[in-house]
Every structure is written in structure tokens, then in C-alpha cells.
Design a binder for this molecule. Structure first.
Ligand SMILES: Cc1ncc(COP(=O)(O)O)c(C=O)c1O
Length: 389
């Protein structure tokens, strides 16, 4: 069955509140599905009596979360470290990469700050951080990034899979190939893409990728992961060391036999994980994987069409890219009075965001085309004379 045919049923079962609210704000925070709420509640019920949750049942919850994250991006579980959010993963990346004074890190300008501050903090070590100007449209300038990668001092490029403020989806295959050619590391902030847009690290040469679970992955706060390509794992050392990052610590009967060896897999970067949250992550991402990320991608991109058509008819500026290669689930439009437009949408029971002067619409697989048509109705009414169709 196609996703379109399934949506009504999933929506009623997993997101019953959508009957009363049009929620188009997945780029801020995604809803936790009912199945995940129920799994968390069952877990927390046992948690009140901890003997119901023995260690042999807890560690497999973390294994399942690593395996689920790995499936999401075509990685191996050994390449996944669980983290509580995107920022932790990006900080680990910035601190672990072998960057020396004078080395240059390229960061596309206008990135979300989570992917900027960890790099700027390296300036104290003499690393040069270059904020590469965006295009006239405000998108990461991929041509310019490629030009700058030719500079042998450039050792890393940090970019978002999808930009938070305009939905630009980076051509990671192109950027990754250029990084491979020069030996620079490609670090990706994936939180605005994963869950709605496919990314397979077997095809796309990403070196490190950080993602939080709270948006498109519909997971509890406190979840996320860092992917570290397996060829790199043993070369990189964590700055903060968790006690379970070391070999031998699975045996709780011998913990004071301290080990000299960090684990040979990405768990060396973990500093602990919350079992209940990771259970929630596995449950939510499992739902997305069952539906199929390519199907979600096609469906969510199609949802934007009524808004794009309306903007074209009305001459309203579309802040997002419209070409198939760079378009994502996020559609941003800038009507004449964006603040007032946002207020009216809210008044109509439509939840979305105002970002950098534009209305950001971020529909997921449980949204419907009728909901996007309602947005068009509100914006159109605000702009005055009705459209002749
Ligand atoms: C591109 C991007 N990165 C990171 C974050 C959030 O980071 P964290 O998961 O550390 O809260 C956001 C949230 O808005 C974002 O849009």
C-alpha cells in the first residue's frame, strides 16, 4: 500500500490529536507517536521497581538503538555512538579530529549555531574557521565550498544535511567526493534531514555525522547519535571518556580491573545513554523505517506543492530551493508581512515557525495535502482580493 493510502490510519492511531491541530513544525520538534508513548509508559512502570529491569535487559536496549540508527543511514552498528543530542556529536567531532594550528575548517555561513560554535571554539587552539558566504538566495554555496576545498590547508568541512532556515538539502555526494579527493573530513549535522530524507553512508562519503532524535525522528529529547566512519574510529580519541567506553566494562563483576584500551568501535565516544529515551528512539525510528524513508521523502516533498504553486501565482517569494536536487520537506515562504501571517496561521490552529523572516512549513509523513491547502487559504485571505482560479 502507498504511504498516501496509509496516512489516515497512521494519523488516527499514532497522532490522534491531529484531528484538532495542523502541526507543520517538525523542524522544531516532532511528535512522539502513540506507540512510543506506550513503550515509554510500560518501561517507566517497570522502572518504579528496578528489579524488573535487570542489566541483561537494559544493555540490549542500547544495542537496539545503535542498530536502528545504523539502519537509518546504511552504517554498521559499530560506527554509531549514542548521544543525547546533535550538539554533543558535533562537539565530539570538532574535538576528536586531528586539527592543528593553521588548519582550516570550512563552515557554511548561516548554519544553525549548533554546527558553528563547536568549530569557533577551536580558534583558541589556532585552528582557522572560515564561514563561507552563502549564495545570493541564502543557500550554502556548494561551488564556492568546492573551490575552497582545493586549498591544502582546508582539513574539514562542516555542513548541515538540510538547512534549518530554508530547507536547502546539501548535495552531500558532491561535497563528499570533493572532500575525499583532497583528504578533508566531511562532518554533517543531519538533524533537519534524517527521518524525511534518505542518506546512505555507503554511497555518500560522509566521515562524521551528528543527529538528534527530537525532530524528524519523532523521538524523545535526550536521544541522538554520532556516526563515525569505521576507518576513522580507531584513529580518533574521545575528549570526554565514559567508563563504558573501555574494553572489559561489560563485566560488572570486575570493574576495578581498569583497562588501557578504548573500545575498537564508536562506543568509545559514548559517555552514557538513557535507557528509556533510547527505547523511545528505537520505537519511533522503527516506525519511520517500516514506512520507508524514500517513500516519506517523496510524500513530504509533494506536500509542499500547493504552497509553491500558490506562491508562484501570488508572486510571493519562496525562500527554499525548488529544484529537485536541493529541495527537502521544509518549505519557507516570505509573504509581505511574515509576522502577521504567522499570527494568523496560529489563530487558525496551524502550528509552524517564523525563521529568518519567512514562514517555515515542515510537514512530515502524517500530514495531509488538505492541511497544506488550509495554509494556502489563510495566507491567501490575508493577501487580499481572492485569486481567480
Ligand atoms: C541544523 C540544526 N542543528 C542542531 C539543532 C539542535 O541541536 P541539538 O540537538 O543539540 O539541540 C537544530 C535545532 O533546531 C538544528 O536545526
Amino acid at each position: 500500500m502507498t504511504l498516501r493510502a496509509l496516512v489516515r490510519e497512521i494519523r488516527d492511531r499514532e497522532f490522534p490529536w491531529t484531528a484538532a491541530t495542523t502541526y507543520l513544525n517538525n523542524a522544531s520538534v516532532g511528535p512522539v507517536p502513540e506507540r512510543t508513548r506506550l513503550a515509554l509508559e510500560a518501561f517507566n512502570a517497570k522502572r518504579t521497581a528496578p528489579h524488573l529491569l535487570p542489566d541483561r535487559e537494559l544493555q540490549p536496549l542500547l544495542d537496539a538503538a545503535r542498530e536502528t540508527a545504523a539502519r537509518l543511514i546504511g552504517a554498521e552498528a559499530a560506527e554509531i555512538a549514542l548521544t543525547p543530542n546533535t550538539s554533543t556529536g558535533l562537539n565530539i567531532a570538532a574535538r576528536a579530529l586531528p586539527l592543528a594550528p593553521g588548519d582550516v575548517v570550512l563552515v557554511s555561513d548561516r548554519e544553525f549555531p549548533a554546527n558553528v560554535y563547536p568549530w569557533l571554539a577551536l580558534r583558541a587552539r589556532g585552528v582557522v574557521v572560515e564561514l563561507v558566504p552563502v549564495t545570493a538566495e541564502g543557500f550554502p554555496d556548494e561551488d564556492r565550498l568546492l573551490e575552497r576545498l582545493a586549498d591544502p590547508r582546508v582539513r574539514a568541512l562542516a555542513v548541515s544535511f538540510v538547512q534549518f532556515s530554508n530547507g536547502f538539502r546539501a548535495d552531500l555526494a558532491r561535497l563528499g567526493a570533493a572532500c575525499r579527493a583532497t583528504g578533508a573530513f566531511l562532518v554533517v549535522d543531519a538533524i533537519q534531514g534524517l527521518g524525511a530524507a534518505p542518506l546512505d553512508v555507503r554511497d555518500v562519503p560522509v566521515d562524521l555525522l551528528a543527529c538528534g532524535g527530537q525532530k524528524w525522528l519523532l523521538s524523545p529529547w535526550g536521544t541522538g547519535f554520532l556516526f563515525v566512519r569505521k576507518e576513522l574510529v580507531r584513529e580518533l580519541e574521545p575528549v570526554a571518556v565514559g567508563w563504558m567506553a573501555f574494553e572489559g566494562t561489560d563485566d560488572f563483576t570486575n570493574l576495578t580491573r581498569y583497562s588501557d584500551s578504548l573500545r575498537p568501535n564508536a562506543r568509545r565516544f559514548e559517555v552514557g545513554a538513557a535507557f528509556q529515551d533510547q527505547l523511545g528512539f528505537t520505537t519511533s525510528v522503527g516506525l519511520l523505517l517500516d514506512l520507508g524513508i524514500p517513500a516519506i521523502d517523496a510524500y513530504t516533498r509533494a506536500l509542499g506543492t500547493p504552497v509553491l504553486d500558490w506562491a508562484a501565482r501570488r508572486g510571493v517569494r519562496v525562500v527554499s530551493p525548488t529544484d529537485a536536487r536541493h529541495r527537502s520537506a521544509i518549505i519557507c515562504v516570505a509573504p509581505p508581512e511574515p509576522r502577521e501571517a504567522h499570527r494568523r496561521l496560529r489563530q487558525a490552529g496551524i502550528v509552524c515557525s517564523l525563521r529568518e523572516g519567512a514562514i517555515r512549513l515542515a510537514p512530515h509523513f502524517y500530514n495531509t495535502v488538505e492541511e497544506l491547502e488550509r495554509v494556502v487559504g489563510v495566507l491567501d485571505e490575508m493577501m487580499g482580493a481572492p485569486l481567480s482560479r
